[in-house]
Design a protein around this ligand. Structure first.
Ligand code: CMC
Length: 457
């Protein structure tokens, strides 16, 4: 292994040892047992505590601060794995074999190629729009004729598709021959095609999200989009297509770790949004577009961008304390802190924090911002840690890491999105295996028996 990437791996091993010492224990039985519907559970506002389904994809233990993908601990995945392996794991349930990985990598690289979608997006005022708005549109435009929903009997025609990537349309062909023979053959063939089209849509969304995000960054910085290099890994290609320069091994490794860390996280708001849309048997492109829309908010994935604005607003280490005192007085939410599920230190922040520190040591320009962040963490944790169980979350240090890699703040949430497409598609597919349309109720607390009077108009 390269010396620079070994240094990073050593940091991760140290972070893992510390986390394991502080967070050992057993999984929560109440959140890791098969369900016998219907169940009783205590539900708070914002569906806090509600259990909506079973899943084998991932587990977040909020009291201990664990994150598990398909049985693997997030620290082990970051130390040993790559985003290609992890996204495959999430989608297929097992880590790929060498051959499977080779095929998958090739497919993902092909999926970076979305010329029609990019051409259509270029007709929008990209420079004036937030990249998340463009990415959301782009995810819908990746829609092709043959999607997951098209597998049901309401297959739309190519004309009714929003846009199609001509170069990447999955070709549907009906075998010709005798009526009876065709039926048997066609049935089998169609099942295979449909399964392939479903998973290919997931791959297309993962590769397409990266290509769109990278192209947006190029255009926003006054350059033309560039094509992927088939020799590079997903993380290196993503950085390459975004910046136009081949990343160093260290930059590639850091982006890879960040993509692994953001790939899935339970039934959070964006995952739920994607699942709700999919549960209506709408198609997977609309579903993932809805996930992106939900993720963009400042209470969710949009927080990473807000963190950088906030640290710049604070301006100096000396100003942290007075700034925080005022923020508390104003009851301001501090971006990058707190979590609905974690009431312990977010394991993703345990990894990204040391990475940010590592980058701060190397980059003098970025050092002061990191020091402000560390000081703010100290203030927030000493005030809120014990009392309210508020600690840094993934978004606190991810923005700082991307900033140190020279990526503009508006691109932070799109990068988060690129990674999370893997978790969204995996969970949507899993839910659709036993689909039931989501349909909670609201408590009506409005009036009854109001008289309609013309005089009211
Ligand atoms: N700064 C200050 N106080 C906070 C914060 C914060 N960041 N987060 C929670 N609190 C307080 C909150 O004011 C409330 O206090 P009180 O009981 O006195 O009214 C208590 O903690 C419980 O907070 P809540 O808002 O009811 O918690 P929630 O589970 O509804 O919200 C959250 C979770 C993530 C939306 C919230 O912590 C927050 O707004 N954080 C800042 C935004 C952020 O960093 N979001 C990223 C979340 S992690 C990654 C992701 O999802 O993308």
């Amino acid at each position: 292994m390269h010396k620079k990437t070994q240094e990073i791996t050593d940091l991760l091993i140290k972070a893992a040892e510390k986390a394991r010492k502080e967070t050992s224990g057993e999984p929560e039985p109440g959140l890791t047992s098969p369900i016998n519907w219907p169940i009783d559970c205590v539900v708070g506002p914002g569906l806090e505590g509600a259990i909506a389904c079973e899943s084998k994809i991932g587990y977040v233990n909020g009291t201990k601060g664990w994150l598990i993908y398909r049985g693997y601990d997030i620290f082990d995945l970051c130390i040993n794995s790559t985003y290609e392996e992890v996204s495959y794991l999430l989608l297929h349930g097992e880590l790929p074999t060498e051959v499977q990985l080779k095929v998958y990598k090739k497919k993902l690289t092909q999926c970076f190629n979305v010329p029609e979608t990019l051409r259509t997006l270029l007709s929008f005022s990209i420079e004036k729009m937030h990249p998340m708005a463009i990415l959301r549109l782009g995810l819908n435009m990746l829609r092709q004729e043959f999607t997951k929903a098209d597998q049901a009997d309401h297959k739309p025609s190519a004309d009714s598709s929003i846009a199609t990537d001509a170069d990447t349309i999955a070709m549907e062909f009906a075998p010709r021959g005798e009526e009876h023979a065709i039926f048997e053959f066609k049935k089998k063939k169609r099942e295979e095609e449909e399964a392939a089209a479903g998973i290919n849509s997931c791959y297309r969304l993962i590769g397409g999200a990266a290509a769109i995000t990278a192209a947006m960054n190029r255009i926003r910085s006054g350059h033309f989009p560039i094509e992927a290099d088939p020799e590079l890994s997903f993380a290196a290609n993503f950085l390459f297509m975004m910046t136009g320069k081949k990343p160093s091994v260290e930059e590639e490794r850091i982006m890879d770790i960040s993509l692994i860390l953001h790939a899935d996280h339970g039934m959070n708001a964006s995952t739920f949004a994607a699942m709700v849309v999919a549960s209506t048997l709408s198609d997977i492109y609309f579903s993932i577009g809805s996930g992106a829309a939900a993720l963009s908010g400042p209470l969710h994935g949009g927080a990473n961008e807000q963190v950088i604005h906030m640290l710049k607003e604070i301006g100096s280490v000396e100003n942290v304390k007075p700034w925080f005192v005022k923020a508390r007085k104003d009851k301001r939410k501090i971006s990058g802190f707190g979590h609905r599920v974690y009431k312990a230190y977010d394991p993703r922040a345990r990894i990204l924090g040391p990475l940010a520190k590592h980058l701060a040591k190397q980059n003098k320009e970025f050092g002061p911002l990191f020091k402000i962040a560390k000081e703010l963490e100290k203030e927030v944790v000493s005030s809120f840690g014990k009392e309210k169980k508020i600690f840094p979350n993934v978004d606190f240090y991810s923005g700082i890491v991307y900033h140190a890699l020279g990526i503009p703040a508006e691109m932070f949430t799109p990068i988060f999105t690129v990674s999370r497409v893997a978790g969204w598609t995996a969970r949507v597919n899993e839910y659709l295996e036993n689909n039931r349309i989501f349909r909670p109720r609201a408590m009506y607390i409005g009036p009854f028996n109001k008289k309609y009077l013309n005089g009211n108009l």
